[in-house]
Design a protein around this ligand. Structure first.
Ligand code: TYM
Length: 330
């Protein structure tokens, strides 16, 4: 049976990018595949969170995974740091990951520019840790948004490199997958500046109250409005349409698309509709997040069960890896 795997860094609450880029795919895939979904708490260390930060954000994301409908009975839902086997594979992969290729990764370059006083080795080897996450379960499909595509290419490269070097076919090639759009979708931010992201500060969170969602959407950047019929939309406007395409009904999208095309669109109407559709889509999740977050006993039980299942699969792969590399396995 094909294996699906994906992860999310625990750095604050889940936003619409996480939801439509990744989680909606998790919900479908967990029904049909052997699925592993995890909380990438080691990855979050690149920005040096405090112990309290870590504990709280892991608990937050776990509650949010559950509230969105990830089912710990169907999928293996675990915390990355509960599976130490990943780190050993990370070490082996790092031995064949080269400085030049790691330095060329766009997200590394961006982070290095943004945090020049903290360009640590963990940041540089972020893609090898991500590759280890994926390869440790020999995953075939990885549901992620478009922003992870370069990391996915690196994971495929490191897996292939290992296979070639040791004349093995241990690691299958992990394919990126997105339900929203083949090859991944990018959910834009509301400030017209590219993707929705926590460090970009332009997010709508699943946890946001309806009044907050409405306020954020109404404040989204727009321009003077359509001037010529059937013209191409500038990026800041296309962003609103992209959001509408994922949260609203197709006929709603078509209605506003037509208004754009015949130059009768009023952005206020579009935003009002968009805000209501976001509220509608996120409404069933908000209350559940609070309920799960309060239930420490259940969260602990889920994490423990996930760790056991994940370690079983991870240790089987690691045993093979050790044998292939030339270490004695007892
Ligand atoms: P992270 O925590 O930044 O995001 C988690 C998931 O949400 C998707 N996503 C988006 N999709 C569309 N539009 C957006 N604006 C947007 N923002 C976030 C991401 O693509 C991702 O699917 N490196 C990963 C975590 C990770 C991982 C892995 C993922 C670690 N190991 C192994 C898959 C497999 C990350 O930082 O995602």
């Amino acid at each position: 049976m094909e294996i699906v795997l994906s992860g999310i860094r625990p750095t604050g609450n889940l936003h619409l990018g996480n939801y439509y880029g990744a989680i909606t795919s998790f919900l479908k895939l967990q029904e049909e595949y052997k699925s592993y979904f995890f909380i990438a708490d080691w990855h979050s260390l690149t920005t040096h969170p405090t112990p309290e930060n870590i504990q709280n954000s892991v608990r937050t994301i776990l509650s949010e995974y559950l509230a969105c409908g990830v089912d710990p009975e169907k999928a293996t839902l675990y915390v990355q740091s509960h599976v130490p086997e990943v780190l050993e594979l990370y070490l082996y992969l790092n031995m064949n990951a080269y400085l030049g290729e790691l330095e060329r990764v766009t997200s590394f370059k961006e982070k290095a520019r943004k945090q020049p006083d903290n360009v640590n080795a963990g940041l540089l080897t972020y893609p090898t840790l991500m590759a280890a996450d994926i390869l440790i379960h020999r995953a075939n499909k990885v549901p992620v948004g478009k922003d992870q595509e370069q990391n996915m290419e690196m994971a495929r490269k490191f897996g292939r490199r290992f296979n070639t070097m040791y004349h093995t076919d241990l690691f299958p090639e992990p394919a990126s997958f997105s339900l929203a759009k083949e090859g991944g979708i990018k959910i834009p931010g509301l400030d017209g500046s590219g993707k929705m992201g926590k460090s970009e500060g332009n997010c709508i969170y699943l946890y946001d109250e309806p009044s907050v969602i409405r306020k954020k959407v109404m404040k989204a950047v727009t321009d003077a409005g359509p001037q010529t019929p059937n013209s191409q939309r500038p990026e800041i406007i296309e962003n609103l349409f992209t959001l509408m395409r994922v949260v609203s009904k197709p006929e709603t999208y078509a209605y506003f698309d037509e208004k754009w095309n015949d130059c009768t669109l009023r952005y206020g109407d579009l935003k009002k509709q968009l805000a209501e559709d976001i509220v509608l889509a996120t409404d069933p999740i908000r209350e559940r997040i609070k309920q799960f977050y309060a239930d420490t006993e259940y969260l602990d039980k889920v994490a423990k069960m996930g760790a056991e299942k994940a370690r079983e699969s991870a240790s089987a792969t690691l045993k093979e890896v050790r044998r292939i590399i030339g270490f004695k396995v007892y």
